[in-house]
Write a protein that binds this ligand. Structure first.
Ligand code: FES
Ligand SMILES: [Fe+2]
Length: 411
């Protein structure tokens, strides 16, 4: 359990908070790059700030304050130019660094004026990588955007999936170091929803280890032993708010104290006979979380089930009422590392795991327990992670794989 004060320290991420300032020291994925193919400007809320993400006519990405620096009109209703975003109210133009490039009427009546040089719109750097857009919202010199090994994999189909999750980021991230929930939430609950009693293999042993990039959890189940890669290799909680499962990443990006953006990057290897395969476009789509017919949370897909777990805990779960057990040892390790990090960073230390060496930042390795399923001839005829995959994405994936894909979920 955590006292209300300690819970507040870890969960409060809006401007002025210690944890928000800490998390901002990392790059965060905030959108699929393809989202900006069809709309040039996307309003987005991050860490309690209202912003707009845009792609200008030259293809540069920007992330700036949603409210214009002139008189606060909504830049979500602006329009992009060759360079930057223009406010539709009086035409002021801003670039990706928040510089005011034009003030049309001011420049007409006072051509010598240098007023625009004094005007600055809040802005944050954006980088595109592997079909994702990452933003750095922190102070100081940004670290390098990590070049995780899967980002340079070839011969696979990648898709980006986002979902709006109406609860605090930390309860989502606690799921990244919670192996036992796989057995119950994904195996056994799904079996019951299917109307069967085919329970999944029970966990018999867990291990947790810290490493440079986060924590690794390891598991032995009734159907495996200590030679199994899920024990010898494990899976990674990626510090501070990611989860890496070998063939996909999940990040829990704080929107504000009561909302989180779930961002998944999913890689699926093509079968042997389809190689070499080059993907020319990484699609991005938003997964629904509720069933419009019943108003209930969607429970047919793995991450949708996870979301049921997270939101069920409340908008900001009350950790004073919890009763932790043996399955929660990793969660305790993670929380304690966050407390230690906040203290260390307040004393001037660098946050854990930042990458600053460009030579090191090349295909950074992460543990991959399921290497075999990524390899030659892998056949995965189901897409089970998120509900609502658009037909166009399914068709593109089928064209890559050469076999049909069932998107109906795990029920
Ligand atoms: S409010 Fe944006 S230009 Fe005037
Ligand atoms: Fe899960």
């Amino acid at each position: 359990m955590l006292s209300p004060e300690k819970n507040h320290l870890l969960t409060s991420i809006e401007p002025g908070s210690e944890m928000g300032a800490y998390l901002r020291r990392y790059w965060h994925p905030i959108s699929g790059a393809a989202d900006l193919d069809t709309v040039a400007i996307k309003p987005i809320r991050l860490f309690g700030e209202n912003l707009v993400l845009y792609k200008d006519l030259e293809g540069n990405f920007g992330l700036v304050d949603r409210q214009c620096a002139h008189r606060s009109a909504d830049l979500a209703y602006g329009y992009v130019e060759k360079c930057g975003i223009r406010c539709s109210y009086h035409g002021w133009l801003f670039d990706h660094a928040g510089r005011c490039l034009e003030q049309p009427f001011e420049q007409t009546v006072l051509p010598q004026s240098r007023y625009r040089e004094k005007v600055k719109l809040k802005s944050y750097p954006v980088q595109k990588k592997a079909g994702l857009l990452f933003a750095y919202l922190g102070d100081g010199e940004p670290p390098l955007l990590p070049d995780w090994e899967p980002f340079s994999r070839t011969d696979g189909f990648v898709q980006v999936v986002t979902a709006d999750v109406p609860c605090n980021w930390l309860q989502c991230q606690e799921n990244s170091i919670d192996p036992v929930h796989f057995e119950w939430m994904h195996s056994n609950w799904s079996a019951r929803m299917r109307g069967t009693d085919e329970l999944g293999p029970a966990h018999t042993k867990l291990g947790f280890e810290e490493f440079e990039r986060g924590f690794i959890y390891k598991r032995v189940r009734a159907d495996t032993d200590e030679d199994d890669p899920l024990w010898t290799v494990g899976r990674a909680l990626l510090w501070p708010n990611g989860f890496f499962l070998g063939n996909h990443f999940e990040w829990r990006v704080p929107v504000d104290d009561e909302n989180t953006l779930s961002v998944s990057w999913i890689y699926q290897a093509v079968p042997d006979e389809r190689r070499p395969y080059v993907q020319d476009h990484i699609p991005s789509w938003k997964s629904p979380t509720t069933d419009p017919e019943t108003g209930r949370w969607i429970t047919t897909h793995v991450i949708n089930q996870d979301i049921v777990g997270w939101v069920g805990q409340g908008r900001i779960t009350d950790r004073a009422r919890e009763n932790l057990g043996q399955s929660d040892k990793g969660i305790v390790l993670m929380r304690n590392r966050f407390f230690a990090e906040l203290t260390a960073v307040a004393d001037g230390a660098e946050p854990k795991g930042l990458v600053r060496d460009p030579q090191e930042n090349v295909a950074l390795p992460l543990p991959v327990a399921n290497r075999l399923s990524l390899g030659a001839g892998a056949v995965n005829g189901k897409f089970i992670l998120h509900a609502g995959q658009p037909d166009a994405v399914r068709e593109a994936c089928e064209a890559a794989m050469g076999y049909p894909i069932d998107t109906s979920g795990i029920l």
